[in-house]
Design a protein around this ligand. Structure first.
Ligand code: ZN
Length: 343
């Protein structure tokens, strides 16, 4: 369902088209009709309550109609993004160690195989026109705090439920200094090692960026946005702001660890976000289920390569992603109304 982008960026033309009772205002029924044109009937029927939520957010004075100011904001900041998204493809940690090296997902014994993401990711790289492609790499020094092998290098806190003697790989302990909870991973993705390289079959497209994370010996970094203590958080944001990104499509390894943390940070930053599930593999199926629920609860879209193709090519649009945008607009409107707030 391809649509005329000219029309959709112009408040007056759109008002003319959808203001059925010609009162100069857009009420919910008129808004819903517009949504059917924008998203298709099937998508609207599947997400009726989300359409209502979007309308209620855009109707910031809560009088049941969009007045001129609300309508202009709707057209310029919501509809125009829904129709003209800036799409970034974020490929998380498709590195040798997670595929056939020291932390190979297939050796975790839960039926996952990281090698399976390479072909579908390559297809999406070849077939779609992305506004930006970013690859992340887990990139740790030898003495990294997250390595099981380094347990002897640091003291544990008294509150750690598991002591040094009984700790096994994948257990979680609490360190004394820095005082933090840490899962112990087999040593992986050591700086400049073979295991830290991106898989040899993964296509690296021209103009893409590569971000390295987890470089600090005493700090883990699961999210591509920031270290786990929320520091060093500008690198990816600078890239996204540089291209004016609105939509993030996230995939890679491991779904329930670094993909999870990256998605939640992306949503927290207000981006519209979809996770491409057939291009993800994780450590543990139970944790993957929890990850899926958490991403959905936070406004992310769970999708696959096929639907990603339709969304990025502009044939389809997603109400879940449209609601996420309305929510970030809503917090912005609240912030404008209450400049003294801690926003
Ligand atoms: Zn790591």
């Amino acid at each position: 369902m391809t649509i005329d982008k000219e029309l959709w960026s112009e408040p007056e033309g759109l008002l003319e088209k959808f203001d059925a009772n010609k009162d100069g205002l857009i009420d919910f029924d008129e808004f819903r009709t517009m949504c059917v044109d924008l998203f298709g009937n099937e998508e609207v029927e599947k997400h009726e309550y989300r359409v209502r939520d979007i309308f209620d957010i855009l109707d910031s004075d809560e009088d049941g109609t969009l007045n001129q100011e609300e309508w202009e904001r709707c057209c310029k900041e919501w509809t125009s993004v829904v129709v003209n998204p800036v799409n970034v493809f974020l490929i998380v940690d498709v590195q040798n160690d997670f595929i056939e090296g020291t932390l190979a997902l297939r050796d975790c014994g839960k039926g996952q195989d990281g090698a399976e993401v390479v072909a579908p990711i390559n297809r999406l790289l070849a077939e779609l026109r992305w506004d930006k492609v970013v690859y992340s790499l887990d990139w740790h020094p030898e003495n990294h705090i997250g390595f099981y092998e380094n347990l002897g290098l640091r003291e544990l806190h008294a509150e750690s439920k598991i002591g040094k003697q009984e700790a096994k790989p994948f257990d979680t302990v609490v360190f004394l200094d820095p005082h933090l909870e840490q899962r112990l991973w087999p040593k992986h993705c050591v700086i400049d090692s073979w295991g830290a390289q991106l898989h040899k079959d993964l296509v690296i497209v021209p103009g893409s960026d590569q971000l390295r994370k987890g470089k600090h010996p005493n700090m883990e970094a699961y999210s591509v946005f920031a270290d786990n203590n929320r520091e060093n958080s500008r690198e990816l944001l600078n890239i996204l702001e540089g291209v004016g990104a609105t939509d993030l499509y996230v995939c890679g390894l491991a779904y329930d660890v670094c993909v999870r943390a990256t998605c939640l940070d992306g949503l927290r930053q207000g981006y519209r976000l979809a996770v491409i599930e057939d291009c993800c593999r994780g450590v543990d199926p139970a944790d993957i289920q929890e990850t899926r629920r958490t991403i959905e609860d936070n406004g992310g879209l769970l999708t696959d390569s096929e639907n990603t193709r339709r969304l990025v090519e502009g044939q389809n649009r997603s109400i879940v992603m449209a609601l996420q945008l309305a929510k970030s607009l809503g917090s912005k409107i609240l912030g404008d109304k209450n400049p003294e707030g801690d926003e």
